[in-house]
Write a protein that binds this ligand. Structure first.
Ligand code: 9MR
Length: 460
């Protein structure tokens, strides 16, 4: 987890030894070669009803051909890294300018990706005409509703979710604070005249309610409306704040809980205290589920202390645990990785914080993510919390799940359980792939053809 975001954030990296970890890629799931998630993501979507896995894109990103490829085969959901923020979308008061935001959405459409919106309100990346220039009643009554309406209407009903408010909770919050105290603790516009000024402006939560009311009025019927924040997910006081804030929003806007969501940004570090445990995430997601509220991982990246194999394996374990927390939760349908490769990351190349290296090649975390998706799609048991290290978690892959017999950390199982004999798969049915335990024989006139390591199909 990292500290508050400022334009040029500096980070204090504390060097911690990372534990040895056990991964699915140690147990028969591919750890080399080309990755194509299309089949497995379709299978995950079929199981969960809906599921979106993606990354950031802006129209001004360089290396377009790499983006074209990776958003065709791996990331299948787009969020504009910057193009939908207030400075881009309303550069002059009352003038809606959605060129960059629409450009990112059009890129998504071009490659049959889905698209999510980030964001309609943030104290940062505001246009220069805004903070410090208006009264509380102008901000709440006019400025915010106009902006939210123009952006959400302009982007259309297909947007899967909107970060209606981004980073409105303070970093110095403590247990037991009210939603208002949580938000006032932030000390940024518009609860003060401008960021850090200390002079009160909006003295209640009306600016947040105004944003949500407008979003609800103009968003698509299936679009989830989120409170998005960092250093949240587990038992932190800040997590309690976002949950309480969701309850306040529901109570004051009458937006149904099932249209609301909490976005857990998840800017993490692969070091002790740099991330939440899977059980803590599961507990938080379950609290939200009991309300009917969705949970989403919205900006995942993980800084490593060194770009070396043990660190990258630790990174893979944390990524895998966060993904499993989402996959196995009944209310988590979006998982977004912030920046698609290391040299494009806002955390800098040296942080090696993404799934792909500076040459655009998949890192261990990318293979592990593919494996977790496949394990889930196959109906495999949920792996234990791998980031807690091998002294606590050795993955057990049972015969009834996906990749063969029970294993320990030191053993490797590379093949599926023996497929049943005597059964035949019809044309177009699956007949093999990592973890496949069904029929391996194909109907007459078809043969079992390998489409990717995870999926072989009976084809003519
Ligand atoms: O990744 C974004 C970077 O390109 C921008 O310069 C920065 C400006 O503050 O915002 C980054 O994205 C942030 C996101 O919008 C909100 N959560 C924190 C992200 C990283 O700072």
């Amino acid at each position: 987890m990292i500290g508050p975001f400022v334009a040029l954030a500096t980070f204090v990296s504390v060097v911690h030894a990372q534990p040895a970890v056990d991964l699915l890629i140690d147990h028969g799931f591919p750890s080399t070669g080309t990755l194509n998630l299309n089949t497995v993501l379709a299978a995950v979507t079929a199981k969960k009803g809906t599921f979106h896995f993606g990354s950031t894109y802006d129209t001004f990103d360089a290396d377009q051909s790499w983006f074209d490829g990776i958003f065709t085969t791996f990331y299948r959901h787009v969020v504009a890294e910057n193009g939908c923020k207030w400075d881009a979308t309303e550069p002059s008061q009352g003038v809606s300018s959605l060129t960059e935001c629409l450009g990112a959405q059009s890129f998504a459409n071009q490659f049959s990706n889905t698209f999510r919106g980030h964001n309609t309100f943030w104290h940062s990346q505001t246009p220069s005409w805004l903070p410090g220039s208006f009264s509380a009643s102008q901000v709440v009554g006019t400025i915010i509703p106009q902006h939210v309406q123009a952006e959400i209407q302009g982007m259309g009903a297909s947007v899967t979710s909107w970060d209606v408010v981004n980073e409105v909770v303070g970093d110095g919050v403590s247990a037991g604070m009210t939603s208002l105290q949580c938000v006032q603790n932030k000390g940024d516009w518009p609860t003060v005249t401008k960021d850090g000024s200390g002079v009160p402006l909006v003295t209640d939560l009306s600016f947040i309610f105004a944003a949500f009311k407008t979003a609800f009025q103009f968003a698509g019927a299936n679009t989830r409306l989120a409170v998005n924040d960092y250093n949240t997910g587990g038992a932190e006081a800040k997590t309690a704040c976002v949950i309480n804030l969701i309850k306040s929003i529901q109570a004051n806007t009458t937006i149904p809980f099932n249209r609301l969501a909490v976005g857990f940004q998840s800017h993490l570090s692969a070091s002790t205290g740099g991330f939440d445990s899977k059980s803590a995430l599961a507990s938080t997601f379950s609290t939200l589920s009991a309300l009917g509220v969705s949970a989403m991982i919205t900006e995942m990246d993980i800084e490593v202390n060194a770009n070396a194999t043990p660190n990258l394996r630790y990174q893979a374990a944390i990524w895998g645990d966060y993904l499993d927390a989402c996959l196995y939760a009944s209310n988590c349908f979006e998982f977004i990785n912030w920046d698609p490769r290391d040299d494009l990351s806002w955390r800098g190349s040296a942080a090696a914080a993404t799934l792909f290296d500076t040459n655009g090649n998949p890192k261990p975390a990318a293979y592990e993510v593919a494996a977790r998706l496949q394990n889930f799609a196959n109906g495999g048991a949920e792996p234990c919390a791998t980031a807690s290290g091998t002294s606590v978690c050795k993955i057990t892959v049972t015969g009834s799940s996906t990749v063969g017999s029970t294993t320990t950390a030191s053993s490797t199982t590379t093949s599926a359980s023996s497929p049943p004999t005597g059964c035949v798969s019809a044309q177009f049915a699956q007949c093999g792939g990592v973890g496949w335990t069904g029929c391996a024989l194909c109907a007459a006139g078809t043969t079992c053809q390998v489409l990717n390591p995870y999926f072989s199909q009976c084809l003519t």
